[in-house]
Design a protein around this ligand. Structure first.
Ligand code: ACM
Length: 707
């Protein structure tokens, strides 16, 4: 019930937005956009006469992919595509069967030709055919004549071979079902690396059979067994996705030291960290027993994880324990090392030798970059765009994560504009070849199983497009048009961003008007960006329940964005103000405003979270009233009165201030536009369109970290 009322609300917003997009109709709905697509005029009807024919039935991975595809068709359309050639057929032709695990550089290309007689999907490899099946899933459409696949010729393949999503299962535990449903989402948008961040200060999330105390003392009982990991790896491989494990070393290791305090650089004892931040505990690189443990443990992990690469972290080591330990400082002097940094390089070299012995290539965060790293070590750039150029400049392959930090709650557009190799890249051609791709990073401080999908999707689909599609695919409005559709397809594939059961308050019946109002309010606000939440909610720890507005709402409210776009279009249209358009905008403001007022009236006694939420709701209610007041003035052709203008200015000022609820109010932008228009109602008739558009745009304050 909640799911469908959510979809209906969103669909209304999407329709408004779609109506605005000149030329949008008829354009393809695929995300990521294919490298090359020619849209034809006809269509292949999808009904009971359609069958699917696989030319290599011995390919079990492909058969499973085809079964998932036919199931996706059935779930949307009710049509059961036959698994044998019908009157019309989708033929799937592969040149080679992929039997082993997916590896970096696998051929993922495919071609797809659809006309009214049938479809032919051809690929050199099973993996390419799986990518083509993801495209076929997204191509299914319906109109008055029924379900169909549009006539197209697609020649497709990825721009970058490494297109990843990091999921941090350590700070907050994320169990197997979370990983699997997100693998389904990844497959739909052609991502091909799941990077599992498995160990952290706040948790040790993998079973070691050699050192069971690691998970027994370091995880609160929340960790993957080796059988579960094998299952996840197989599930990913079935979808053409590699799994790269990360064991963050030598810092970020409090949870290891709970079991092995003697391996730390300070005496301990240690306990699982519950807070967020950068912490002091770190392995002691001068202690030979550290390497014994790591050799045993990493050897065990090297057998468990089949991928060629193993991530050793290497980030954010603050050096505090090393500096404070005279024995460690003496070791640095005795070995002629360059301070703590030199000691970390010494440690990395030892790690490298361990990994090499176990047949793994090393990947680490950009702190590990040293000219004498073994060739082929992959650098994951996170601290700034310069890191990527620096790494490849030294001859190391690299992937980009700076700019893809989806935990920071920036818009899809901001991630989308972040190209690893933009047209004006300073990286020379030889270095460009070393840029393997990038990864979105779902860090775990502020997500739990109930809301992690809302942080990942749909924005990560925009990152997937940036990494798959040609550099020339850059139209942000068209990306949003397709993102709204991809969002629905992702939810159908099993991701939970639309599962509103996360929005609940003890004592409030979800089916009550207040329950519905909480969901409506959550749909129109967003969590604060960057690392601001930690400052606004310093008492929240790993142990706190996820019961706050900032947990429920999505990083980017497509409803709010759609509203803002509609306001802009309404104000910029030629001729008299459109009354039907006005009524739609007013209806939206009334809906949001009433829901917000209901939340204001919900009981808050003695509960600071509820008080903060009520205050946020009051802010949203005032914004909605401001918007309505401005529209009333505009529709009557009058300048907004001084007292209402003051109220409007006050409401906008309140909405701009961070509060304990740690949310922001994206509809503020649309309300700014309405106020600017209501302050100068004749400007719309008086000014040339471009000047009028510029005057409106100037009314929206630019947030420093939104630039
Ligand atoms: C990181 O975000 N510390 C890699």
């Amino acid at each position: 019930m909640f799911h469908s009322d959510r979809i209906a609300r969103r669909a209304a917003g999407v329709v408004i937005l779609l109506g605005l997009l000149a030329g949008g109709a008829g354009a393809h709905e695929l995300m990521p956009a294919p490298a090359d697509i020619t849209e034809g005029a006809g269509r292949l009807t999808v009904d009971a006469a359609l069958g699917v024919a696989v030319d290599r039935p011995e390919d079990a991975r492909l058969r499973a992919g085809v079964a998932r595809w036919t199931e996706s068709i059935r779930l949307r359309s009710g049509v059961a595509v036959a698994t044998a050639r019908g009157a019309a057929a989708v033929e799937i032709k592969t040149a080679a069967v992929r039997v082993g695990m997916p590896t970096l550089g696998d051929d993922e290309t495919y071609t797809l030709a659809i006309d009214e007689h049938g479809a032919v999907l051809s690929a050199p490899t099973t993996t390419g055919a799986l990518r083509g099946l993801a495209t076929l899933t997204q191509l299914l459409q319906k109109d008055d004549h029924g379900w169909f696949l549009p006539a197209v010729v697609i020649k497709d393949g990825p721009r970058f071979p490494w297109r990843g999503l990091l999921i941090d299962v350590a700070r907050h535990w994320e169990p197997e079902e979370v990983i699997e449903r997100n693998l389904d989402g990844m497959a739909l948008v052609k991502l091909n690396v799941l990077h599992l961040h498995l160990t952290e200060n706040q948790g040790f999330r993998i079973e070691s059979k050699l050192y069971p105390q690691l998970q027994e003392l370091g995880s609160d009982g929340k960790y993957f067994t080796q059988d579960q990991i094998r299952h996840i790896i197989a599930y990913a491989a079935d979808r053409g996705i590699r799994v790269v494990p990360e064991f963050d070393l030598p810092g970020h290791t409090t949870s290891w030291l709970v079991a092995y305090p003697e391996l730390g650089s300070a005496p301990g004892p240690y306990s699982i960290e519950r807070h967020w931040g950068v912490f002091d505990p770190v392995f002691d690189p001068t202690n030979p027993k550290v390497y014994e443990l790591l050799d045993g443990f990493l050897g065990e992990m090297a057998e468990l994880f089949p991928d060629d690469y193993l991530h050793i972290g290497g980030d954010e080591h603050n050096g505090v324990q090393w500096t404070a330990n005279p024995r460690i400082q003496q070791f640095i002097r005795d070995h002629g090392l360059k301070g703590n940094e030199g000691l970390q390089t010494y440690f990395n070299r030892k790690l490298q030798a361990i990994l090499a012995r176990h047949g793994k290539k090393m990947i680490g965060w950009d702190e590990i970059l040293q000219p004498d790293l073994p060739p082929g070590t992959v650098i994951q750039s996170w601290r700034g765009p310069a890191g990527l150029a620096d790494a490849v400049g030294h001859g190391f392959p690299a992937i980009l994560s700076n700019g893809y930090y989806i935990d920071l709650n920036y818009s899809a557009a901001q991630h989308y504009r972040n190209d690893p190799l933009p047209a004006d890249t300073p990286i020379p051609p030889a270095g460009q070849k070393l840029v393997l791709g990038g990864e979105a990073t779902m860090w775990g401080e502020w997500v739990t199983p109930s809301d992690i999908d809302t942080r990942i999707w749909p924005r990560t689909a925009a990152i997937a497009e940036r990494l798959w599609s040609p550099r020339s695919v850059t139209d942000v409005e068209d990306m949003y048009r397709r993102l709204a559709i991809a969002d629905l397809r992702l939810a159908e594939a099993g991701t939970h961003q639309d599962d509103e059961s996360r929005i609940r308050v003890p004592g409030v019946d979800p089916a009550s008007p207040t329950g519905a109002a909480l969901r409506t309010l959550a749909s129109v606000v967003q969590p604060v960006t960057h690392y601001k939440r930690g400052g606004l909610q310093p008492d929240v720890t790993q142990l706190s329940p996820p019961n706050d507005l900032a947990d429920w709402c999505k990083p980017e409210s497509l409803e709010a964005r759609s509203f803002n776009q509609s306001v802009k279009a309404w104000l910029l249209a030629d001729g008299a103000l459109d009354v039907a358009g006005a009524n739609q905008l007013r209806a939206q403001l009334i809906l949001w405003g009433r829901a917000s007022e209901l939340v204001v009236r919900a009981p808050v006694a003695g509960n600071p979270i509820a008080q903060a939420r009520a205050k946020a709701a009051a802010t949203q209610a005032a914004l909605c009233q401001t918007g309505l007041d401005c529209m009333a003035a505009l529709l009557s052709g009058q300048r907004i009165g001084p007292s209402q203008n003051q109220e409007a200015t006050d409401a906008l000022a309140v909405a701009a201030k961070p509060t304990a609820a740690a949310v922001v109010f994206p509809t503020t932008d649309g309300v700014h536009l309405l106020l600017a228009a209501a302050e100068d109602p004749s400007a719309r008739d008086r000014l040339p369109r471009q000047e009028w558009a510029a005057q409106l745009q100037k009314s929206i304050p630019v947030q420093p970290d939104d630039e």
